[in-house]
Design a protein around this ligand. Structure first.
Ligand code: EPZ
Length: 417
């Protein structure tokens, strides 16, 4: 199992290229299940989660060629509308194949995803919304078995779930009639998916707002699409820059996707400049504490909560960080305290009292974004070495993170054990 070793205390300075968005490319790959002709995706990140989705779709008969950052998906040989437990349990996003399979084949058998470190992560909203457009669904031996026919309808989600929105959006594309989805997720990844589906021949309007309308079509062709930049990766590297009192610029980013996050960096005392697809953040004079509440988009992204917590461990004053999207997303808290942070918990709020300095320590990654927080804390530690184990969590969502951080001055290496 690899470990990442970090010797902190060095301000990061330089430029980092942001890759394609993990949380966009995974549903985009699933959407290719509905295409009648080959699809080409550009700017695809080389991530473990992408390889997992590749394996899942290939198991269904999809022919995939992934070279460099371009992925070609040929649905010509699709023959198995099923997603096996062993593949789904590794990655919850596998569940996003349910809607496309149901739309394409009129039936689907998809393993229920297990919970994970950040919560039980049920799929009740996914199932209820698919039933609202006519799907007959039963749970059998740990699998969701779904059958059509489907019929357009008005659906309102109990919560703007990203995954449930994506499953329903894809299923509705090939459902006869008109489907309107209210209280729908508004994340940029939903807009990216809608752009791709419309390029395939779907008729979707309203993506990015809280009401999406879909007019069903009989079939979808093929299309070429450039995956949007990863806003969470951009935010992660900017948080690392300010946490080390450095000066980091991310390229190929979209500042419009980080409205609240960039304002919070400014509130913390960082200078943030946006020039087109370049975002620069620097904080030579240290940081102030800040209050944050995570919310569905366009609120503060839950996927950036752990990273900001790491960044404010040595800020002046107290920060109150409320997590409202997931029930257990403070896995980084105990590990940060092991490094000398002073963080208390009050229900769903973390109280971070700024300390003068934190120091390196052996820590364990638990989930993707908590792991990113440990990297940031290791970089910000004024002395000692941070050894992060179970780094496969990091590799799920960040491509070669140690090389890219070393490129802006971090003393960081990956050791294979
Ligand atoms: C997506 O997960 C992202 N993953 C997550 O990113 C992200 O944290 C999350 O959206 C919120 O923005 C991908 O896009 C692959 P949800 P998803 O359904 O769709 C509850 C990362 O680090 N819920 O919006 O699973 C759920 O338990 C990952 O990149 C139900 O109760 O998130 C959670 O508390 C982590 N019933 C809340 O809603 C349901 O049927 C938000 O979940 C569905 C969800």
């Amino acid at each position: 199992m690899d470990r990442i070793l970090i010797r902190g205390g060095k301000p990061l300075n330089g430029v980092i290229h942001v890759r394609g968005a993990k949380n966009a490319v995974l549903p985009l790959m699933a959407a290719a299940l509905m295409a009648e002709a080959p699809c080409i995706l550009h700017n695809v990140p080389c991530l473990h989660d992408v390889f997992s989705m590749d394996k899942l779709l290939s198991d269904m008969g999809m022919k995939i060629d992934f070279t460099g950052r371009t992925m070609t998906l040929d649905p010509g040989g699709l023959n198995k509308p099923e997603a096996e437990y062993d593949l789904v349990r590794r990655m919850r996003a596998s569940f996003f194949v349910l809607g496309p399979l149901l739309a394409r084949f009129g039936k689907a058998r998809v393993s229920l995803p297990g919970g994970c470190a950040i919560g039980s992560r049920p799929v009740d909203i996914h199932l209820k919304s698919l039933e609202a457009i006519g799907a007959k669904i039963r749970i059998e031996d740990g699998y969701v078995v779904a059958e059509g026919p489907l019929q357009g309808a008005n659906v309102s989600l109990d919560f703007p779930s990203v995954g449930a929105t994506e499953n329903l959006l894809m299923a509705a594309c090939m459902t006869p009639g008109v489907t309107r989805i209210a209280n729908v997720a508004r994340e940029p990844e939903i807009e990216d998916l809608a752009r791709f589906l419309n390029a395939l021949g779907a008729q979707i309007s309203g993506a990015g707002t809280d009401l999406i309308t879909i007019v069903g079509v009989d079939a979808l062709g093929g299309a070429e699409h450039v995956v949007m930049p990863d806003r969470i990766e951009a935010g992660t590297f900017l948080a690392a820059g300010v946490a080390t009192r450095g000066d980091v610029t991310v390229l190929n980013a979209n500042a419009d996707h980080l409205p609240v996050f960039l304002d919070k960096l400014r509130e913390m005392g960082a200078t943030v400049e946006v020039h087109g697809s370049r975002i620069r953040a620097h904080a030579a004079n240290g940081l102030r504490g800040v209050n944050i509440t995570t919310l569905p988009y366009p609120g503060f992204a839950t996927d950036l909560q752990a990273q900001i917590m790491a960044a404010v461990t040595c800020a002046e004053g107290v920060s109150i960080i409320k997590e409202t999207v997931f029930e257990n997303r403070f896995m980084q808290l105990a590990q940060l305290n092991r490094m000398g942070a002073d963080i208390g918990l009050d229900g769903n709020a973390a109280i971070v009292r700024g300390v003068k300095a934190i120091s390196g320590a052996p820590v364990m990654a638990s989930d993707l974004r908590a792991s990113a927080a440990l990297v940031i804390a290791g970089l910000a530690a004024s002395r000692g070495e941070t050894a992060i184990s179970r780094v496969y969590h990091i590799d799920r969502g960040y491509e070669r993170i140690e090389e890219r951080l070393a490129g802006v001055g971090a003393d960081i290496e990956r050791v294979r054990t």
